[in-house]
Design a protein around this ligand. Structure first.
Ligand code: ADP
Length: 271
């Protein structure tokens, strides 16, 4: 895949927003404002780690005679540059999802396999946070989709569940079929989300608590990615939450059912 410059990403994301503009004039104005806010937000979010990196790089140079300081500044330099790289990667993922192009790598995906892989990816994080991951029975359900994107979405939901829950609680992942929709839910017993914030958490860069999100290395883009992955698969992302009790985030995707083999009505050749 071609690497994209940050400017190209911003441009394509802005264009994406214009493409979805509705006929209604107020909606168009609202989208314009969303787009302006978004560009301002990205600039701000990028400036913070970039400024920190340049200050730390100077500090390392100035502290050349003091190995302990060099060590300390270098560690922070690595931390800030990792943050920046996560942020840029998430912006690129989001811009791809918002582009007009259809998802490129569609295949039949087993829900059980995506769940198992997302659990494996979150296991270390959960263990260090003292949180138990609980998986439901296998279902054999299938969806047609972009496997890496689905995995990213589910991993985002699971790492949020871990980040916003206290130690000693559990996070459970379940999968059920509702009519023709495969519902994958991630339930935590964490801090929960107030009703007025529940829809806003899917907006880019919206965080209920800036400080807490930053402390966990959050970019504020995780749920925006989840929402777009769901939409690009013809599905949706939903949240149910009660402050103090916990949250359930659900990824709803159209079920894929292989067509039954067609019995041939043509007589075999040669008769
Ligand atoms: P972040 O990188 O900040 O976690 P997200 O887009 O993933 O960004 O989430 C947006 C915000 O929604 C978070 O900052 C947090 O306030 C809230 N949030 C997300 N998941 C949960 C959860 N499972 N429990 C409580 N709050 C959550």
């Amino acid at each position: 895949r071609n690497p994209m410059s940050v400017q190209a990403v911003l441009r394509s994301m802005g264009d994406g927003l214009v493409l979805v503009s509705a006929s209604d004039e107020t909606e168009t104005l609202r989208l314009e404002a969303v787009r302006r806010d978004f560009v301002a937000n990205v600039s701000h979010e990028l400036k913070t780690p970039v400024a920190a990196i340049s200050l730390l790089a100077e500090a390392v140079t100035d502290a050349a005679d003091d190995p302990e300081s060099v060590e300390r500044f270098s560690q922070r330099l690595v931390h800030e540059s990792n943050r920046l790289s996560v942020l840029v990667n998430e912006l690129i993922v989001l811009s791809r999802l918002q582009g007009a192009d259809p998802l490129p790598d569609l295949s039949v995906v087993e829900a059980d396999a995506v769940i198992a892989e997302a659990v494996a990816r979150t296991a270390t994080l959960a263990e260090s946070a003292g949180i138990d991951l609980v998986t439901g029975e296998k279902t054999g359900l299938l969806v047609m989709g972009d496997r890496p994107m689905l995995l990213t979405a589910l991993t985002n939901l699971m790492s949020n569940a871990v980040h916003y829950s206290p130690a000693g609680t559990s996070v459970s992942i379940s999968c059920v079929l509702r009519e023709t929709v495969v519902e994958i839910s991630v339930t935590d017993r964490g801090i929960g989300i107030a009703p007025e914030h529940q829809q806003r958490v899917f907006e880019r860069f919206f965080r209920v608590d800036q400080a807490r999100s930053r402390a966990t290395g959050g970019t504020g883009l995780g749920l925006a990615i989840v929402k777009h992955v769901a939409a690009n698969h013809g599905g949706e992302a939903r949240v149910w939450s009660k402050p103090g009790l916990g949250s359930t985030f659900t990824l709803r995707l159209p079920q894929y059912r292989p067509a039954p083999p067609v019995e041939s009505s043509t007589p075999p050749a040669g008769r």
